[in-house]
Design a protein. Structure first.
Length: 345
């Protein structure tokens, strides 16, 4: 498969008496002949570490499926923190320092501005295309089958609507990957339309989605703004030292007419179709799935989590006690990363 590498950033972490380097690699790759942007983070991103087939070394692969908006860059700081915590835990426990952790994140199609050289010229994807939820679910399944490495242990993570996607694809990959856990974070897997945010936004999203010309008319000017201006606009809302730079950069990429149209299109589809919880389809593997709910979440009220606790196994539903936001990656990535460590063993 062809790959276009667009970024390779390096960050360092102090681990014991020596320095471990956290690498992040970002690529545009074809998934079922449609390009999307993905990232991988880890202390070792060598060809051997990233090979798709089973490796001789102990390798733990974590796949993050984003919410909506589905830009993988939102999860870079969270992924780094999670990897640091996992490696620090191993060191404190006297475990092997040769264990390899890889944190993958796959963007939703056209939730990231498509580079001009890929727009309709390489593959079946065009920047103007809009995609519904089911198509994005299939896209995640295709990505896993085509690109996700086999490993000693594989963990899936889904955030918000990414939790729904994760639960949808899990039954189709369970026989092909050594899945050890599926972690649903602030999961929008039911009753979205009657949630406080759903009630507030449903009519607006329906109008913008059904009148696509209106969405274009309201946002076409975004494509003419320089990147510096987009960053300034984002900075008006995302301020403070506790907002990771990667989150601000990802938010600036949302200021694009086709990205906006796709966010609206999928959001409206979610509100129309993610309603009654389909336990047969989404909870086939209760022993693997853990749910993490917020207590101040406008998309997922606390009672949704309490209902889920009645459906699934004891101890597989937990609640945040730090008032983390639904969009936890903005300011609460550190807290969530710490809470997930015990579930990755």
């Amino acid at each position: 498969n062809r790959r276009i590498k667009i970024k390779h950033s390096i960050q360092t972490m102090q681990r014991g008496s020596f320095i471990r380097t956290i690498l992040r690699r970002v690529d545009w790759i074809p998934v079922a002949d449609k390009w999307c942007r993905v990232s991988v983070m880890g202390a070792d991103l060598s060809p051997e570490a990233l090979q798709k087939e089973e490796s001789k070394r102990e390798r733990i692969v974590i796949l993050m499926i984003p919410g909506n908006p589905g830009n993988e860059a939102f999860y870079a700081d969270f992924g780094e923190r999670l990897l640091k915590n996992l490696m620090s835990r191993d060191e404190r426990a006297g475990g092997s320092t040769d264990r390899t952790y890889l944190f993958y994140t796959v963007s939703h199609m056209n939730h990231v501005p498509l580079p001009a050289e890929l727009d309709g010229h390489a593959g079946a994807l065009k920047a103007k295309d809009r995609f519904l939820l089911d198509v994005q679910v299939q896209h995640k399944l295709d990505y896993i089958r085509e690109h996700l490495p086999h490993a000693t242990k594989v963990y899936l993570m889904g955030h918000s609507i990414g939790s729904y996607m994760m639960l949808r694809v899990l039954p189709y990959i369970i026989d092909d990957f050594n899945i050890k856990g599926a972690l649903a974070l602030f999961p929008t897997v039911e009753r979205m339309a009657v949630s406080p945010n759903g009630v507030r936004l449903r009519r607006v999203l329906a109008a913008l989605d059904s009148q696509d010309w209106l969405a274009k008319a309201l946002t076409f000017w975004l494509n003419f703004l320089p990147v510096s201006m987009k960053r300034w606009l984002v900075g008006l809302n995302l301020r403070g030292d506790d907002v990771p730079p990667c989150v601000a950069e990802a938010a600036a990429e949302l200021l694009n007419v086709n990205v906006f149209r796709n966010i609206v299109h999928m959001s409206h589809d979610e509100l129309e179709n993610v309603n009654e919880f389909d336990e047969d389809a989404l909870l086939q593997h209760k022993d693997l799935v853990h749910f993490f709910y917020g207590t101040t979440d406008g998309w997922v009220p606390v009672e949704y989590g309490m209902d889920m606790a009645d459906r699934t196994l004891s101890g597989h539903v937990s609640f945040d006690d730090k008032e983390c936001e639904h969009a936890f990656v903005i300011k609460d990535g550190r807290i969530v990363a710490e809470k997930l460590v015990p579930l990755i063993v």
